[in-house]
Design a protein. Structure first.
Length: 137
């Protein structure tokens, strides 16, 4: 499994917690922040943004990916996701599939709770037997 160095993980955790503070969660009060590192070395931050009709709500992970892609980044090294909950929250299925569009199976995915307790995995472990762009060719 690919890993993030301890120093890099701590930097990305700090940035993800900063992003979490900007979450718009008037309904669930469950804040999430994400820090996505591009191959360029640049960090892209995202937070969850809720909507009263729920369906258009956007997760922190997708916010970070969409920001990065809209700015021209297409390859990523790692992602760290944090939440305000009492347990680390893994990315939802939709976020896993969006990450799969741009990320390799061995990309490190770290998810942490509000007290910095974390789980480290890979995208492939979170989304086995995935469907990606190469499956359309």
């Amino acid at each position: 499994m690919s890993k993030i160095s301890e120093k890099e993980r701590e930097t990305m955790l700090d940035l993800a917690y900063e992003a979490m503070e900007r979450a718009y969660t008037p309904y669930s009060r469950f804040q999430v922040g994400a820090c996505l590192k591009g191959k360029s070395g640049r960090y892209y931050l995202g937070c969850n943004i809720e909507s009263a009709s729920y369906t258009p709500t956007n997760c922190a992970e997708r916010t970070a990916v969409f920001k990065a892609v809209s700015e021209g980044e297409r390859e990523f090294e790692s992602i760290v996701i944090v939440c305000s909950g009492k347990n680390p929250a893994a990315p939802c299925g939709v976020c896993r599939q969006v990450l799969r569009e741009f990320c390799s199976d061995d990309m490190p995915v770290v998810f942490a709770d509000g007290k910095r307790n974390f789980v480290e995995s890979t995208l492939g472990a979170l989304l086995p037997h995935s469907f990606g762009p190469e499956d359309l060719l």
